[in-house]
Design a binder for this molecule. Structure first.
Ligand code: SF4
Length: 614
């Protein structure tokens, strides 16, 4: 527990470091937690006082993000990645082993306050899992030996900074590079091109390239940028931000935002792009800024990739030194800079309007749309939000031309797609292909072992069976943000769907009832079937809930939360059928099981301590 007088100084330092700006609240809370280990009530009150906002707002933000804590959570905070691929690799057994060795219950801080062991949603390491975050830093390739070594280190009180460096090694695992990643781009080539061609000329090139957003939805990039550059700030939709009202009379200010919050389980290609191709990403953001007329950009980095923060800031510094960022870029009248905003463990912040809310220092609740961010984005101003891969592709288009790019891929899906491949294959990792490649080809290249099913695009995407392996990766066929999870023969597809159902229930932001309640009921229904108590009535109920969440939810998360269950019910019915105990009704509440705790407490297990079916 921090001394009471350390709290005010920690808060003062954090608030000062972030310009006393309530729009930086998430970053301020990160700073405070880094100093104090958690964010106590006293800090909440003080932050509120200094920023001039209600304490309930600060507490609300603290409570929204999984990585913020209102109480101490141990000197060692160990969170295993909960992706199904890592389950198949033995995550649960390793977690249980670690808990047993450290005498700690999962998800609880040990009695001596030293350690907490728990789970968190996919941390983007499933090509080198099982993996865990230790005090926010990824430890990869967990084995029994490595976990045993971790036990010794924790018992010896060694801080993670003194643990063996190889524990924290994260490999790129780039196995196939093509037009985007295969040929290096000279630093500054994209920026020079946009300065030469001008905003109109570059927009025409982007349009000619046919570039579409790489997040999965595939909106045309040139159209998005054009909407944004033409948007005028009327002030009509300006919102209250941190106690300040946007200035309606100011000339239109525009922003460029890079969505680096890839949280879809099984995806990790942005990790590689940011680690080894950050210049390309920042180059693309700078090109976008010149086209739309923005002076400020943000890279929203998922909290799980915090270990990349210093490296990325180093790349930004170098670009400033090279005159590629900052005032008067390459001696022209064009000025633009980029700041990095760190997320705090909320999958929903990958949704662009939730991401903007988070950038503004708020809970990541998706906004009503329209209006869209291109007209009313960050601080109510026109904002372009694209993902990491889209900006990297835009930089290549800027330097090499729209025609070159349009000649790659298919007519409707130009260019290449970077895929994150994990699961039952010899070479999990990152693969880049021209759009139009078949799933069968990808499976052959990664050495898939007797593939039975492939989850394309993560849990919110599409699961396909062997009969569909000739389908193509393309917007017109299998659209994907990049995640591909391979399930070999013998893998339990039902368990994968159950894991995904829990993922959505956990990540629902809670704003709207169909998703908040529906996703939990779906997960409970799957648990009931898994426990051997499922009936056909439960399956019908799952379908009803699936329809409800799909049609009534506020945002894409809720609208796709039932996809894994609905699709596996349709395509892999045998995985459900052999689990159903009865085709008749069975109550969902097991009275006898509910008495288990009472039996443990009283030490009884005789016949009279049970409620029998008779
Ligand atoms: Fe939040 Fe889910 Fe509603 Fe989206 S659908 S706003 S994630 S509760």
């Amino acid at each position: 527990m921090p001394e009471n007088d350390t709290i005010p100084s920690a808060v003062q330092a954090a608030v000062a470091r972030h310009s006393h700006d309530a729009a930086n609240l998430v970053q301020i809370l990160h700073d405070i937690q880094n100093q104090l280990g958690h964010i106590p009530e006293q800090a909440v009150d003080q932050v509120a006082r200094v920023l001039g906002i209600p304490p309930v707002k600060v507490a609300g933000v603290r409570g929204f993000y999984h990585f913020f804590h209102d109480r101490p959570h141990g000197r060692y905070d160990i969170l295993f990645s909960d992706n199904i691929i890592e389950h198949f690799q033995g995550k649960r057994e390793l977690l249980n082993y670690l808990c047993t060795q450290l005498w700690v219950e999962p998800e609880r801080v040990s009695e001596d306050g030293m350690v907490r062991v728990g789970s968190t949603s996919c941390i983007g390491m499933s090509d080198q899992g099982p993996a865990a975050l230790v005090n926010g830093l990824p430890v990869t390739r967990l084995t029994l030996e490595r976990v045993t070594a971790m036990v010794d280190l924790v018992k010896a009180g060694k801080p993670p900074a003194e643990w063996p460096a190889e524990f924290f090694q994260v490999a790129d695992n780039l196995h196939r590079a093509d037009a985007l990643l295969g040929e290096p781009l000279e630093r500054g080539a994209g920026v020079r091109a946009v300065l030469e061609k001008g905003a109109d000329g570059m927009l025409a090139e982007i349009d000619k390239s046919g570039l579409r957003g790489r997040g999965g939805a595939g909106f045309k990039t040139a159209t998005k940028w054009d909407f944004c550059r033409k948007a005028v700030d009327t002030g009509a939709e300006c919102q209250e931000v941190g106690g300040k009202i946007c200035d309606n009379t100011a000339a239109t200010v525009r922003y460029v935002v890079c969505n680096a919050d890839e949280g879809e389980p099984g995806t990790f290609k942005d990790r590689v792009l940011l680690n080894s191709y950050a210049d390309l990403v920042f180059e693309g953001m700078t090109v976008a800024a010149r086209v739309i007329g923005a002076k400020q950009g943000f890279l929203y980095l998922r909290g799980e990739y915090r270990y990349l923060l210093d490296k990325l800031n180093g790349v930004l510094d170098q670009r400033r030194k090279d005159g590629l960022l900052g005032e008067h870029i390459l001696g022209t009248d064009f000025s633009f800079d980029i700041a990095i905003h760190l997320g705090a463990g909320a999958y929903i912040c990958g949704e662009e309007s939730a991401l903007i809310e988070s950038l503004e220092g708020k809970r990541g609740t998706p906004r009503n749309r329209p209006p869209f961010p291109v007209t009313h984005g960050y601080l109510g101003k026109p904002t372009v939000v694209n993902n990491v891969e889209t900006y990297a592709s835009a930089a290549k288009v800027a330097a090499k031309g729209g025609e070159w790019f349009a000649g790659i891929g298919t007519a409707q899906s130009t260019g290449t797609k970077v895929l994150s491949i994990s699961g039952d294959c010899d070479k999990p990792g990152v693969y880049e292909y021209p759009f139009g490649v078949t799933v069968r080809q990808v499976l052959a290249d990664c050495g898939a072992k007797a593939p039975h099913a492939v989850q394309v695009g993560g849990p919110s995407g599409t699961i396909i069976g062997e009969s569909e392996f000739d389908r193509k990766i393309a917007f017109e066929d299998l659209a994907t943000g990049g995640s591909m999870m391979v399930f070999g023969q013998g893998r339990d597809v039902f368990e994968a769907a159950r894991n995904f159902a829990h993922f959505f229930a956990h990540e629902s932001c809670g704003f709207c009832t169909p998703c908040r309640v529906g996703s939990r009921l779906i997960a409970k229904g799957m648990d009931k079937i898994a426990s051997g108590h499922g009936t056909c009535a439960d399956v019908e109920e799952l379908k009803r809930l699936g329809h409800l969440t799909r049609t009534m939810s506020h945002c894409g998360l809720g609208q796709t939360a039932a996809n894994p269950v609905m699709q596996t019910l349709e395509k892999f019915w045998d995985h459900y059928d052999n689990r159903l105990r009865s085709k008749e009704f069975e109550p969902s509440f097991d009275l006898d099981k509910a008495l288990e705790t009472a039996r443990k407490i009283t030490g009884r297990d005789d016949a009279w301590a049970h409620i029998s079916a008779d």
